[in-house]
Design a protein around this ligand. Structure first.
Ligand code: GLY
Length: 390
């Protein structure tokens, strides 16, 4: 076949998404003073997005109450609520993974369209990973790319989900199947939010902290292991310190590999096993972090069996995970009684992993460690995977 080829090149798409300012706050800053100060008259329109849970928490409520729904102060926080404050708009959507849908993304776009937002509008997501992912996705497709700022409110979204420009929603039973890379222009980190999180949500985020420490900070890992009370007491200076270390570590990774071509994959340590457990346990039965913590031990077992890490490192990982009360045995209690035997259970988890990775080659890729801060990605034979699942 003969052809002539001409190539044309472009400046980067979406100016403004080429850098992110991450602001670390101390104390309990009022969101009103972040967004409504002497400069707010000159700001573009803001589309604030949050969920029913977050809108009701004491640190956020004073901000929400300044909006008006149809000329009345907000009487009741409910999903679908749209309220206004000057030219700005607030949209409250339902809380939880079941709302991580394309319909929610479209409802954010509709709130923006109905308020005559321009491409210069700023979409501000205030909430956990579901809200930050949905809001940033809506910003990325609204008029082919508006602007985005995030205020993550859970430990998991502060140290992981909100950092690094991954946006999206679930689709057709697959998590995060639709989405884009669209970094926020600003991320506001407010560690004091952590103090009022429900314990299961806090513990879920702590698993991502432990994961990040294993990947990038041996000193943080040792410190957490020496202070297991961080699970129950939430010492605010240690919470602030761990948040800063994790955010900075992730920022460094995504700066080098925003679109997950190489080192960003390491952030999935424990996630291949963890996602399979989440899927087989059923939606909402186990938190993401509890599943990832269990997955981290399975990954260490696999690494040891493949001769990648020694027994001492495997034991170190196992001890750290059990120190925080996470499950370390091959058969997780949430799956007990769900399968005829252990062999069926292991095969079902393997099937879930294959489904999760349905577009890659037949062998499943794992993030494994030879030691702390020593990470690699490798394909593994099914038989080796099955061995660490029973
Ligand atoms: N949560 C993993 C990543 O952001 O790449």
């Amino acid at each position: 076949m003969q052809f002539e080829e001409k190539d044309i090149s472009y400046p980067p798409v979406h100016p403004g998404t080429d850098r992110t300012f991450i602001r670390f706050y101390s104390g309990c800053p009022d969101l009103n003073s972040i967004y409504y100060n002497e400069d707010s008259q000159n700001q573009p329109k803001r589309i604030f997005v949050t969920d029913t849970n977050v809108a009701s928490i004491p640190a956020i409520k004073p901000f929400i109450e300044n909006f008006r729904a149809e000329n009345y102060a907000i009487p009741k926080i409910q999903a679908g609520l749209i309220a206004k404050r000057g030219k700005d708009v607030l949209l409250v959507i339902g809380s939880g993974e079941t709302f991580k849908t394309i319909e929610s993304v479209l409802s954010i776009c509709k709130a923006a369209i109905d308020s005559n937002a321009e491409r210069s509008a700023i979409f501000v997501g205030i909430g956990g990973g579901v809200i930050t992912d949905l809001t940033a996705f809506a910003a990325s497709i609204f008029k082919r790319g508006a602007r985005c700022e995030l205020i993550p409110t859970t430990l998991l979204s502060i140290v992981d989900a909100a950092i690094g420009g991954k946006t999206g929603c679930d689709f057709d039973d697959y998590k995060n199947m639709i989405g884009s890379f669209f970094p926020a222009q600003k991320i506001h980190i407010i560690p004091s939010f952590i103090q009022s999180l429900p314990q299961n949500e806090y513990r879920s985020g702590l698993a991502e902290v432990v994961k990040t420490a294993m990947l990038y900070s041996s000193p943080l890992f040792e410190k957490l292991c020496a202070n297991p009370k961080i699970l129950t007491e939430r010492n605010s200076s240690l919470v602030e310190e761990m948040i800063k270390i994790c955010v900075n570590a992730k920022a460094k990774v995504v700066e080098q590999d925003l679109t997950e071509k190489n080192i960003r994959m390491h952030l999935n340590l424990g996630h291949t096993f963890g996602h399979a457990l989440e899927s087989r346990a059923g939606l909402g039965v186990i938190t993401h972090g509890d599943a990832v913590a269990w997955g981290i031990v399975r990954a260490a077992e696999l690494s040891n069996r493949l001769g990648i890490c020694n027994h001492d490192y495997l034991e170190k990982v196992r001890n750290a995970i059990s120190l925080f009360g996470w499950e370390t045995s091959a058969i997780h209690p949430v799956l007990k009684g769900k399968f005829a035997n252990d062999d069926d259970l292991a095969h079902s988890l393997l099937d879930a992993m294959k489904k999760d990775k349905k577009n890659s080659s037949s062998k499943i890729k794992f993030v494994l460690q030879s030691d702390i801060e020593n990470t690699l990605v490798t394909e593994v034979e099914d038989k080796n995977i099955l061995e660490v699942l029973k």
